[in-house]
Design a protein around this ligand. Sequence first.
Ligand code: F0G
Length: 484
Amino acid sequence: MSDVKFFSGESVPLEMHKVRMVQRVNLLPVEERLKCMGEAGFNTFLLKNRDIFLDMLTDSGVNAMSENQYAAMMRADDSYAGSETFFRLEEALQDMFGMKYFLPAHQGRACENIIAQTLVKPKPKSVALMNYHFTTTKGHIIQNGGSVEELIGDDGFKIQSDEPFKGDIDIAKLNEAIKRLGKEKISFVRIEAGTNLIGGQPVSMRNMREVSRICRGENIKLIFDASLLADNLYFIKTREAEFKNTGLKEITREMGSLMDVIYFSARKLGSARGGGIVTSDDGMFAAMRELVPLYEGFLTYGGMSVREMEAMAVGLHETLDIDVISQTPIFVEAMCNELQAKGVPVVMPPGGLGCHLDAKQFCSHVPQKQYQAGALASALYITSGVRGMERGTLSEQRNEDGSEILAEMELVRLALPKRVFTLSQIKYTVDRVAWLFENRRLIGGLEFVEEPKVLRFFFGRLKPIGNWPEVLAQQFRKDFGESL
Ligand code: F0G
């Protein structure tokens, strides 16, 4: 983000950090990668880390931590109740969002459990309105007898768009939904920062202000999922003209003033492991507080290790440093631009979190029912040792009658955990994706052999329809010779 121009005129995403600890990675020969993919049931979640070259599954819990975060872990105050660590973290959050209360939880979905249990009602079935769901968010709402309605603007699903804030809630759809359902039926409105499943796409402050105004007018609770706030902050700063010269803390404070409840996965926000809920709403705080000791742990640790809480407090503070938060978005942008220049369909404009391949176009010859994005993620691992994540139909849950929900988007997410990969590793990935795109006709479909009912993408097992993975591996060997 620091304004560094190259004499060559080249646009290079320059790291504003140096690497002082490393982890060895393995790149297996293609024949072994093929075998590993088979053993993992063509589900990249079931691969073993030792068999992966570049792990782009997620940024969750795998962001690089800073020296200050590691240093802070050493002073963690390990007591069951009333630890100093808790008060340091509470203060960091109060300072960031200007909210009164903090409830700790072991990760993001634990916060979702608490919020859903507090606000979702089965009879009559309440509806949660949101820009777009995240898998675990929807899981908890459904588990509590509610349902989800998505209000993303029309550009949200467009792979190619000029809209800088594709994560915005469509205000006309929000007004219409409130009118149609009546506010009593609405459990809450939820805004997800850096909207994950549509390609890490940001929400504008303008939109947050408008949604907040409507919710306050109707007395509907507004919940903010800040898990991907770091990227979203970067985009507000760089794409929303009004904030060009505004400090990042001022922006997070304004967000805090607009929301009733903010929750986050600290596996993402703050680059540690854990989660939390902040609010200034006395009623919400009292109701949610009862659930923390029941599901998480005592109120001053909430299921987290105090060492992680210390790392989180520092990580949250570092989120307000533009040089820290810009690294992922500028790398994602460089990766998307290179892939697009090679004709590979990727979600544009580039979002945060990672580069998203559009499997609907990439594998247009594979029927969507045969899990285009799942097949592409498997094919990419075989081709490169790079692990991505399916974000499409496989990540949906079937309807109650057993029919498939075909996802709006079939994406393969190549997540870039914060400050983990180098530019040469990105270039390697781009190169292998480009080869796979040239050879995309070799990719075939998948079908389930073992299908869990809930969150099936985590541990479901599939098999290829036909012997396409073998053919793909043979073609790789033919084109690359001895190369890994
Ligand atoms: N909300 C969002 C927007 C998320 O991206 C995640 C997790 C959660 C909530 C749940 O948090 O994992 O700490 O329980 N996203 C991870 C991912 C799993 O890979 O994108 P959690």
